[in-house]
Ligand binder design. Structure first.
Ligand SMILES: NC(=O)c1ccc[n+]([C@@H]2O[C@H](COP(=O)([O-])OP(=O)(O)OC[C@H]3O[C@@H](n4cnc5c(N)ncnc54)[C@H](OP(=O)(O)O)[C@@H]3O)[C@@H](O)[C@H]2O)c1
Length: 153
């Protein structure tokens, strides 16, 4: 699972990302290129086109055109060793119970009147945390966190 959240866990506003973070988009690209990405129909609608060099899978309860569409069970049955869940809020909530690893970017801001949030992270251990100053094409500084599913006692 890959997500960028503000300091309150907000991820979206008005169908889009509420910030411009070039450094985080580069990280997203390097983490997902060559892999299978899964997204909800609303996130799909926010993109100009399919993300290149990745297998794009979209979830919807309606029949979509010109994109590969799967339901939850079909995605769980995929044979790929790594599937990247890229949002948005509904799809994060659906997949969090079966997620092994979360790549979370905290964007150091508090978005005004957001409308979409990441669910609470429970049952995961923080594996790594790296702070990054805002670059020239970033609105805010950010912290990259990697979470791994806690091993059951
Ligand atoms: N900050 C980040 O990292 C990040 C990442 C991704 C997205 N976002 C933001 O998040 C917002 C969108 O999130 P969202 O929660 O509104 O929408 P979403 O999760 O992208 O998509 C929701 C849609 O997915 C489909 N869906 C949901 N559950 C399903 C199921 N069980 N089976 C089949 N289809 C299912 C439905 O499509 P139909 O209505 O077509 O049936 C539903 O309307 C945007 O603002 C976007 O920019 C942020």
């Amino acid at each position: 699972m890959i997500v960028a959240c503000d300091e309150n866990g907000a991820i979206g506003k008005d169908g889009d990302l509420p910030w411009r973070q070039s450094t985080d988009l580069k990280r997203f690209k390097s983490l997902t290129t060559g892999k299978t990405i899964v997204m909800g129909r609303k996130t799909w609608d926010s993109l100009p086109s399919a993300l290149p060099n990745r297998r794009n899978i979209v979830m919807s309860r309606r029949q979509l055109e010109n994109v590969e569409q799967m339901d939850f069970e079909e995605i769980l049955d995929l044979k790929e060793t790594e599937i990247c869940i890229i949002g948005g809020g509904e799809i994060y909530r659906l997949f969090l119970p079966v997620t092994e690893k979360i790549e979370q970017t905290i964007i150091h801001t508090k978005v005004e009147e957001p409308d979409t949030w990441f669910p609470e992270i429970e049952g995961f251990d923080l594996i790594n945390e790296t702070y990054s100053e805002a670059g020239t094409n970033d609105d805010f500084p950010m912290t990259f966190r990697t979470w791994g599913r806690s091993v059951s006692p």
